[in-house]
Design a protein around this ligand. Structure first.
Ligand code: FAD
Length: 318
């Protein structure tokens, strides 16, 4: 096995039986099951701290065992649990995967890693709206993470763009911080769960439907408002806000798989069979990165478990 020492930083090996790429709910779960099968397991995580999207969920409701828990707290529990079983190596971004004679080589932003099997659990990131002002005012009023940036808008006016579950959860969270919160949705109906609609109504958070955001406006230094078109009437509207939180969908984090042979759909989600096998023998995938995922923490945990068990039965029980 190779052994690396990075200055004063922690030591880690670069060769494992199983490498899991992505320390989110799916990756943590896969790691626990893979290790319990007697395999040597590492998780590679791009960020300094793992937890993925669970860690930025303002409030997770009804994950089994917890009626309601802050996402950051749940992610911490996941991480603590997984650390008992696997080496979690942070600030390592997988850049490509190559087949070798006895497994795979993973090229990263640092050293190369090798493993016999890989489980991909890289999840998704936010989609942009793609309107003028969005890039210009990113970090100057435009945000994609209410738990990270919400506190900056204490007693200020915010709009959440996107009326799905993530947008709804974020609006409910921001309503406790900002002086004025509203949801702008291009859809003609509520796309979040009924339970969220009820809370939004109880809290009198305006939910503007049929509203196509067309521009984010500012004074050159910070956001001052946004423009949207009412899709029913064609009327153009402008509202004044200090902050804009964008939740208009997700894109899979699979750029690094180009050239790996792993089949993906036209949006980049990984295609797996009902046992989480990808098109490349020895590579499995789980969680939100998989085509058709329900995009829930519970399903990511279940998928991760299934991927690890399949990996074991495919290769060790032949
Ligand atoms: P992720 O959690 O996205 O983890 C993927 C990890 O992979 C990340 O840590 C990422 O940094 C890492 N990674 C990506 N690319 C690389 C690479 N190339 N190399 C190394 N590491 C990489 N679900 C619920 O069930 N209940 C809720 O209440 C809920 N609320 C939500 C609220 C918000 C605002 C959001 C955004 C999501 C919410 N979700 C909720 C959805 C839930 O968070 C996801 O379904 C779940 O986190 C998916 O887990 P995952 O492990 O598949 O991916």
């Amino acid at each position: 096995m190779n052994f690396n020492i990075r200055g004063n930083e922690r030591n880690y090996e670069t060769d494992y039986d199983v490498i899991i790429i992505g320390a989110g709910a799916a990756g943590y779960s896969a790691a626990i099951y893979a290790k319990r099968s007697g395999l040597n397991v590492a998780i590679l995580e791009r960020e300094a701290v793992g937890g993925g999207n669970t860690a930025v969920s303002p409030l997770v409701e009804n994950y089994l065992g917890f009626k309601a828990i802050e996402g950051a707290d749940l992610a911490r529990e996941f991480e603590k649990h997984a650390r008992e079983y696997a080496k979690i190596i942070t600030e390592i971004e997988a850049r490509s995967i190559e087949k070798t004679s006895d497994g795979f080589k993973i090229k990263t932003n640092r050293e190369d890693f090798t493993s016999r099997y890989i489980i991909i659990t890289t999840g998704t990131t936010h989609r942009k709206i793609g309107v003028p002002g969005e890039n210009e005012y990113y970090g100057k009023g435009v945000s994609y993470c209410s738990t990270c940036d919400g506190y900056l808008f204490k007693d200020k006016r915010v709009a959440v763009i996107g009326g799905g579950n993530s947008g709804a959860i974020s609006a409910i969270y921001l309503n406790g911080i900002a002086s004025d919160t509203r949801i702008i949705s291009h859809s003609d109906r509520y796309k979040c769960e009924d339970a969220y609609v009820e809370t939004i109504k109880e809290k009198n958070i305006p939910f503007i439907l049929n509203a196509e955001t067309t521009e984010i406006i500012g004074d050159g230094k910070k956001v001052t408002g946004l423009k949207y078109t009412d899709k029913k009437t064609g009327k153009e509207n402008e509202i004044e806000v200090d902050g804009i939180f964008v939740y208009v969908g997700i894109v899979p984090q699979t750029e690094f798989l180009k050239g790996s042979g792993v089949k993906m759909d036209d949006r980049g989600f990984i295609i797996v069979d009902d046992k989480m096998r990808t098109s490349v023998p020895g590579i499995y995938a789980a969680g939100d990165v998989v085509k058709g995922s329900e995009e829930q923490i519970a399903t990511a945990v279940g998928d991760g478990c299934r991927a690890a068990i399949t990996m074991y039965t495919d290769n060790m029980h032949k």
